[in-house]
Design a protein around this ligand. Structure first.
Ligand SMILES: [Ca+2]
Ligand SMILES: [Ca+2]
Ligand SMILES: [Ca+2]
Length: 372
């Protein structure tokens, strides 16, 4: 499977941690003793590493509707036959997924991370109706989704109108590693990747596990996005930002789900700690769910009200830190230090994963917490 062996882990992690920790330990007192203990704990876990599955996404689509301006296609996903089969017969859709034989059942099509296509850092499911939206006559697409298993951090579901030879517009519901759920309107394709708007809808989805996504195309080819919270057929919000379809040929309409192959995430056990609490990272994860090993630079730091940020993990800038394909490790829950030993104020425990050659940001998770 290509996971790290104990020997590999020692080689990769041992020296950098040893260097970082010795410097800390000389400079600082009680705080650094605690960090030292925690990081020794991380090292121990890494040596004893065994893979576990983590945070797989699972979304249902209940119906997909395409109004081409001339006719309307509705798939209710209620015949238990997965795409490419659909309302227009066995070859209705173009499919980029490996659906299991029971993916469509109970009137919904389940999209989960076991059924994804993987290319580079993208793990995705794409289902398309080809050449269905013609420029200049308007149209509409709607996807009615449910997420009774929640929305996994780093994962998204979406609807999209796109041309393989021109551009397109997508509407995503995605959860950040920090747990914020965004609705984003994007211009896509032809080298374009522009976020037209990103709206925090976390509170609007509180207590709700259904949402309908809609993209309307005007006769002037302007695309507007709207959401129906609860899928009660009453659309609740028109999102800011529009896209424009500027191609002359027919557009494809589709839906799907996705996650990044490179994932990182820290989740604090509490937002506020007081004396007597132990500051704890409930989740402390790095994963490469892709098909190929990836060289990364991994940084974790503690931001404090009394010093510049203190590096906790800082490895791979030289390109030698490689996450094997399928690597997925969560160190949490990871007790860091007693709240009582630190001055009161606002702290952060945050992480970034970068491409060590280009510096491209592959993953980021910023987490503030308070000591009161
Ligand atoms: Ca249905
Ligand atoms: Ca079907
Ligand atoms: Ca509604």
């Amino acid at each position: 499977m290509g996971f790290l062996t104990s020997k590999d882990v020692r080689t990769v992690y041992g020296c950098p941690y040893g260097l970082v920790l010795n410097i800390f330990f000389k400079r600082r007192n009680n705080i650094m003793k605690s960090l030292f203990l925690s990081l020794c704990f991380i090292f121990t876990i890494l040596v004893a590493y065994s893979p576990e599955s983590y945070g797989d996404f699972s979304f249902d689509i209940d119906s997909f509707t395409v109004d081409s301006g001339a006719s309307t296609i509705v798939d209710e996903f209620d015949d238990d036959i997965e795409p490419p089969s659909g309302p227009s017969g066995p070859a209705t859709y173009s499919v980029f997924a490996t659906f299991s034989t029971d993916a469509e059942s109970g009137g919904v099509l389940n999209m989960n991370s076991n059924d994804v296509f993987t290319i580079g850092n993208e793990r995705f499911i794409d289902i398309w109706l080809q050449d269905i939206i013609s420029p200049g006559i308007g149209g509409r697409i709607e996807g009615k989704f449910s997420f009774s298993n929640g929305i996994t951090p780093n994962a998204a579901f979406r609807i999209e109108i796109i041309s393989p030879i021109a551009n397109g517009v997508s509407l995503f519901i995605e959860k950040s590693p920090s747990g914020i759920i965004y609705a984003s309107v994007n211009s896509e394709g032809n080298g374009l990747g522009v976020t037209e708007s990103q709206t925090d809808i976390t509170s609007s989805l509180s207590g709700i596990t259904n949402i309908t996504l809609r993209l309307d195309v005007s006769n002037a080819n302007i695309v507007t996005a709207s959401l129906d919270y609860g899928s009660d057929t009453i659309f609740d919000v028109t999102l800011p930002g529009t896209g424009t379809l500027f191609g002359a040929a027919d557009y494809w309409a589709g839906f799907g789900a996705e996650e990044d192959a490179l994932q990182c995430g820290i989740e604090m056990s509490q937002a506020i700690y007081t004396a007597g609490d132990t500051v704890t990272a409930q989740a402390f994860r790095i994963a490469n769910l892709g098909l190929d090993p990836i060289s990364v630079e991994w940084k974790v730091w503690l931001g404090t009200p009394f010093t510049s940020p203190i590096p906790i993990v800082n490895i791979g800038a030289d390109g030698t830190f490689v996450l094997p394909a399928g690597f997925d490790l969560d160190f949490g829950p990871l007790p860091l230090f007693p709240a009582a030993i630190l001055p009161l104020g606002t702290y952060e425990l945050s992480t970034r994963v970068l491409d060590p050659v280009t510096g491209e940001l592959l993953c980021e998770d910023l987490n503030e917490f308070e000591i009161q």
